[in-house]
Write a protein that binds this ligand. Structure first.
Ligand SMILES: Cc1cc2nc3c(=O)[nH]c(=O)nc-3n(C[C@H](O)[C@H](O)[C@H](O)COP(=O)(O)O)c2cc1C
Length: 252
């Protein structure tokens, strides 16, 4: 279940040496194929890479792990948000299967790497070592108060659980930049303007990750999401990304 995995997930930075079986690698490849993009025409590449080959592809500060998935994508509107949206579905799937992972935002392509399209981010993965077990209680999340994720109305019984699960989503340097505005069954999604421009790319990915929690929660509840762009364009502090309506599946 998404809800259970979202409550258990944590960034895993210590891994055991246990190798993945070929069957498990095939299952991961299958899970990647089943990821649902935000845009039907998005081109996103997931390249599986064992630790002994990662330095041929990625340099910089990345978490030490037995495996990596290098994610790149064709540049288009919302491509980084889409990367976060797809990757977080994978992260939840991995969690459900006892596999730990950590987004690595500090890497960059090594010279001579054969990464296609635009490099976005790398995911470290593997079986967690003993002391890096998954979370067992909600208090273990270091997150801002629920209300500080909201612009405008603070009360909406229907939408509250959606935002509560979005709040558990990971974000680069735990900055938690994504903000929500609740309006009936609709949610408008924004992110705070980053303090320094280097964070821009990562915070676009953060936005897709948080959105993906809303999507996965809706799916589990038997709802689906219709995305739309509102005339709303944000302001000096908040950058508008997208809006969504949460609808019963029978309305399809
Ligand atoms: C886009 C993105 C980039 C990240 N980059 C790194 C990184 O380079 N190194 C690292 O150790 N953790 C990285 N993280 C993990 C965050 O630090 C972590 O998600 C955050 O502190 C919240 O903790 P949690 O994931 O355990 O809930 C990244 C997370 C995201 C979403």
């Amino acid at each position: 279940m998404f809800t259970q995995a979202a409550l258990q997930r944590r960034s895993v930075r210590n891994y055991s040496d246990l190798k993945f079986s070929d069957a498990l690698k095939a299952q991961i490849a299958q899970a990647v194929k089943a990821l649902i993009p935000l845009y039907d025409d998005a081109v996103t590449n997931f390249k599986f890479c064992p630790a002994n080959m990662i330095r041929d592809e990625i340099k910089g500060n990345i978490v030490k792990a037995p495996y990596y998935i290098i994610v790149s994508a064709k540049k288009a509107d919302g491509y980084l948000e889409n990367v976060g949206y797809m990757m977080e579905q994978l992260v939840i799937w991995l969690t459900q299967n006892g596999i730990g992972s950590c987004y690595c935002g500090m890497g960059r392509p090594a010279s001579g790497s054969d990464i296609s399209d635009e490099y976005c981010i790398t995911l470290a993965l593997g079986f967690p070592s003993e002391k890096e077990a998954f979370r067992t209680a909600p208090e273990q999340f270091k997150r801002k108060a629920f209300e500080s994720y909201l612009l405008g109305d603070k009360e909406n019984d229907f939408l509250e659980p959606y935002i509560r699960y979005a709040r558990l989503a990971p974000s680069a340097i735990n900055a938690q930049p994504v903000m929500f505005e609740m309006a009936g069954n609709a949610v408008h999604v924004y992110r705070k303007k980053p303090h320094f421009s280097k964070l821009e790319k990562m915070q676009r990915i953060d936005t897709g990750i948080a959105l993906s929690h809303i999507f996965m929660y809706a799916r589990e509840q038997g709802y689906h999401i219709d995305y739309f762009k509102d005339s709303n364009t944000g302001n000096d502090r908040y950058i508008y990304f997208i809006s969504l309506n949460i609808l019963e599946d029978s309305n399809e």
